[in-house]
Ligand binder design. Structure first.
Ligand SMILES: C=C(O[C@@H]1C=C(C(=O)O)C=C[C@H]1O)C(=O)O
Length: 487
């Protein structure tokens, strides 16, 4: 049982500090010998097996460390929780994807994985993401801690996969280091984690509801006007589709800040099939529960999906089935969906030896909304990696529009909102290039007592401002419920 979602589990970390310390010495000695043999500094990635860990409780523990970055990722049995920075790869500007890929490739020479014999398959893992549009003006200071693109190797990473759980410590080592000096630096962090996890009562964490909210709805009419203008531009032939988003500010009524571990816990309770993520840079957290995978890679095989076309969930089994059937047969939604699927096939074609998709879309049923979905899979050509696939796919027409450049320019000019990392690629990649990126939807930027939530929808020639507005309301729901304390 790698992950423990139970609150009854007594310890957030399924290993004793003494066990880590015993193994640490021999791994550090090997790492120093490696640096001496090659005569240059390295980042040693030291991994230990764990029996299990309690993800939400552990994430709450990490909030108490005086570290600049924290990460949370959970999807099925795959969970990554990290804190601190051992290596930060950043890039800015229009060329962010190419620059970050180069930096990631260079970093592969710098990082050396040294696992305990039981975890030889655990590889150093970077977490990060990209702005939706690095060429757009940065109008909101709320995103100031988020670069256009970043991949970060955290100082500590707890990981769970189907194969088991591990703890990884990433630590810089020079040929001059001794086991003693390295050990004491690592102990500073480990001691804090074990101390806090022993003293932090986990049942106190998630019992109380989140603070109540004040929602600002003043932007309804201007946003509907934006949709009408886009419909007119589409009918005039400027483009065939554009995805327009809006933001909603939510303020805590009480003085207490939004609690990020509680928020991710509630998001998971509400949307267990979605990807639950939190990227905390300084005091700002980008948090969400997205249903949309951008692309995953494992040993050169990639998987992705197209997701476009939305409808509500029905109150009863019968109405739900009816709404689902109507979505599957809706001409507007099927056309919108086909455009997204065809574009993904075209974008990935040059990168792949083989690429497959079923003929018809299926329904992806989420608690408050359902979507048309088509799975797509293939084999990457030699020389291409997950980061090339991310760069080729982003932005998909599901979050940008068509044609891509025209839609992006339209969004940049008229949307009047700083998307920041909303609708951008977000995920993880290991040293071998295996990993997964999602489209960061159903998300919000949380800063102390304020949260800015984001939602958008695809506008085509026959879109109605009122129903598009209602669709964004539906898409806000998962974050709103989590913030209000519903799970
Ligand atoms: C843009 C969003 O969602 C995207 C747009 C959809 C649509 O237009 O039907 C459906 C799913 C997503 O690809 C969002 O959730 O903010």
């Amino acid at each position: 049982m790698p992950l423990s979602f139970q609150h009854s589990c007594s310890a957030p970390i399924g290993i004793r500090q003494s066990e880590v310390e015993a193994k640490l010495q021999s791994l550090l000695a090997r790492a120093i010998a490696w640096a001496q043999r090659h005569q240059h500094p390295i980042i040693a990635s030291l991994s230990f097996p764990l029996d299990q860990f309690a993800p939400f409780h552990l994430f709450a523990v990490l909030q108490h460390l005086e570290l600049s970055h924290r990460f949370f990722w959970l999807h099925g049995q795959e969970c990554l929780i990290g804190a601190g920075t051992s290596l930060v790869l950043e890039a800015q500007g229009a060329d962010v994807h190419r620059i970050l890929k180069q930096k990631w490739e260079a970093a592969r020479e710098q990082v050396v994985a040294l696992g305990d014999e039981q975890v030889t398959d655990v590889l150093p893992t970077f977490l990060g993401g990209f702005r939706f549009d690095p060429q757009a003006r940065h109008t909101s200071s709320a995103w100031r801690h988020f670069p256009d693109g970043a991949l970060i190797l955290p100082q500590v990473v707890f990981r769970s996969t189907q194969g088991g759980c591990s703890l990884t410590i990433n630590h810089s080592i020079t040929p001059e280091d001794t086991v003693l000096t390295c050990e004491s630096a690592i102990h500073l962090v480990l001691d804090r984690i074990f101390q806090i996890s022993a003293s932090l009562a986990q049942d106190a964490l998630f019992r109380s509801g989140m603070v109540s909210r004040d929602v600002d709805t003043s932007q309804e009419e201007p946003w509907k006007q934006l949709v009408s203008d886009a419909v007119r531009a589409i009918r005039q032939g400027t483009m065939s589709k554009v995805v327009l988003a809006r933001s909603m500010r939510v303020n805590a009524r009480s003085q207490s800040s939004f609690d990020i571990p509680s928020l991710v816990y509630r998001l998971h309770q509400q949307a267990p099939l979605s990807y639950i993520f939190a990227m905390q840079f300084q005091e700002t957290a980008f948090v969400g529960a997205t249903p949309e995978q951008l692309v995953a890679a494992q040993a050169g095989k990639i998987r992705t999906m197209s997701l476009a076309g939305s409808a509500l969930r029905g109150q009863t089994v019968e109405t739900d089935a009816c709404i689902g059937q109507a979505l599957l047969t809706s001409r507007k939604d099927r056309e919108e969906h086909a455009i997204v699927t065809d574009t993904i096939m075209q974008q990935l074609g040059p990168l792949c030896n083989t690429l497959h998709r079923p003929v018809l879309p299926q329904l992806l049923r989420l608690p408050t909304i359902q979507h048309l979905q088509t799975p797509i899979w293939g084999q990457l050509r030699q020389g291409y990696s997950l980061l090339d696939a991310v760069s080729a796919l982003h932005p998909t027409p599901a979050v940008g529009g068509l044609p891509s450049d025209g839609a992006r320019t339209y969004i940049r000019t008229y949307e009047q909102m700083d998307r920041g990392w909303y609708a951008g690629p977000l995920g993880w990649i290991d040293l071998n290039g295996d990993g997964e990126f999602v489209v960061a939807l159903r998300s919000g930027l949380v800063q102390k007592q304020t949260a800015t939530l984001f939602a958008g929808c695809g506008i085509v020639a026959n879109s109605q401002p009122e129903s598009e507005y209602q669709e964004t309301c539906l898409k806000f729901q998962v974050m709103l419920n989590a913030i209000q304390g519903q799970s």
